[in-house]
Design a binder for this molecule. Structure first.
Ligand SMILES: [Zn+2]
Length: 60
């Protein structure tokens, strides 16, 4: 299964690669600062076979 996901920073629009593993749970939430603009990004990951997706939101 694909574990690398390309997302776009909700603040600066920078493309970021993040790695998530289904072993850690079908539904995951994590907050990581953008490497470019340093704003906190909330990642919501849903592992659901081919419908696996990653959503990003502003965490503040
Ligand atoms: Zn950013």
């Amino acid at each position: 299964m694909e574990t690398n996901f390309s997302v776009q920073c909700p603040y600066c629009g920078e493309h970021i690669w993040m790695e998530f593993y289904p072993e850690d749970g079908n539904q995951q939430e994590t907050i990581t600062d953008c490497e470019v603009c340093c704003n906190p990004i909330l990642y919501v990951v849903t592992f659901k076979g081919e419908d696996t997706r990653v959503r990003v939101e502003r965490a503040q």
